[in-house]
Design a protein around this ligand. Structure first.
Ligand code: PEP
Ligand code: MN
Length: 301
């Protein structure tokens, strides 16, 4: 009886998302594991990606990288090519930013995730990044998705701010169809009539996607919240919804950040947030690396 019901449920989702069949779970394919350096995304370990919104200076990036690694982050985030709402805002350091990310990887052993905005930049960004980020504003740029897919690097695909779940899954399908199975989805909030938070954090999408799709999905509480005070609560909600990881903005001096300072955590706030996730992560099969494992990571760097 129960099995019948769940089979019917699965069928109805399959019909609804019929344009992205490769993304949906099947008995043969329940979960994609995305390998990055010496760990995987989508497995038992909750993966934290943390770092500044933009790569600004060597000091800013290295200080942040060393700090977040101590708290169990596996991946350093930071934009070298920045899509900004204002054409007059800082657009990123480009190649110089990628070189700073590379330096930070060599100094800490953290993997690097960074955005690529144009298909022309894919070969360059793929040379430096362990994961290519497709930003919210680019989610439906299929030419970019195809080029990014063909680089062979794992892709962090952020949900467009006005994209439905079906739109997000279609974009993931484009990447799969271009020969790249390593897609990580990201819920970063969508535009609704509510404007108190920067975006509306659609955690229901995380729960739904965990149920129907085999791709890992991570939560971005920073761009959802827009205010740093709300980020830790949003992160906990993301964990409770079943996210496989987190991407969060952290800055040594958020009030002086060149982009997204309002939503960036200080180091102390990041530590506090990570500690506050522990009871939620305990409910999963395993949490972030324990102190002993973190010590082993230190030895690598
Ligand atoms: C970012 O990660 O800094 C960013 C620009 O995110 P989004 O594409 O979700 O707005
Ligand atoms: Mn940002």
């Amino acid at each position: 009886m129960e099995a019948d019901w769940s089979a019917r449920l699965r069928l109805s989702w399959q019909e609804r998302f019929a344009e992205s069949p490769g993304v949906l779970k099947s008995p043969q394919h329940l979960q994609t594991l995305v390998p990055v350096l010496d760990f995987v995304i989508g497995g038992d370990e909750f993966i934290t990606m943390a770092g500044p919104c933009s790569v600004e200076t060597e000091h800013q990036l290295l200080a942040t990288a060393h700090h977040v690694r101590q708290e169990g982050a596996r991946i350093l985030r930071g934009g070298a090519f920045k899509p900004r709402s204002s054409p007059y805002a800082f657009q990123g350091h480009g190649l110089d930013g990628l070189k700073m990310l590379d330096l930070a990887r060599r100094a800490t052993g953290l993997a690097i995730v960074t955005e690529v905005m144009s298909e022309n930049d894919v070969p360059l960004v793929a040379e430096y990044a362990d994961i290519l980020q497709i930003g919210s504003r680019s989610m439906e740029n299929y030419t970019l998705l195809e080029a990014a897919a063909r680089s062979g690097r794992p892709i962090l695909l952020k949900r467009g701010m006005v994209a439905t779940i079906a739109d997000l899954l279609r974009s993931a399908q484009v990447i799969l169809d271009n020969g790249n199975p390593h897609v990580i989805l990201c819920e970063r909030g969508i535009r609704t009539f509510e404007t108190a938070t920067r975006n509306t954090f659609d955690v229901a999408a995380i729960a739904l996607i965990k149920q129907i799709a085999h791709l890992p999905i991570i939560a971005d509480p920073s761009h959802a919240a827009g205010h740093r005070d709300l980020v830790p609560a949003f992160a906990r909600i993301g964990v409770a919804a079943g996210a496989d990881g987190l991407i969060v903005e952290v800055h040594p001096d958020p009030d002086r950040a060149w982009s997204d300072g309002d939503q960036s955590l200080t180091f102390a706030e990041f530590d506090e947030m990570m500690d506050s996730l522990d009871p939620y992560l305990e409910l999963r099969s395993s949490g972030r690396p324990r102190p002993a494992q973190r010590f082993a990571l230190e030895a690598v760097g």
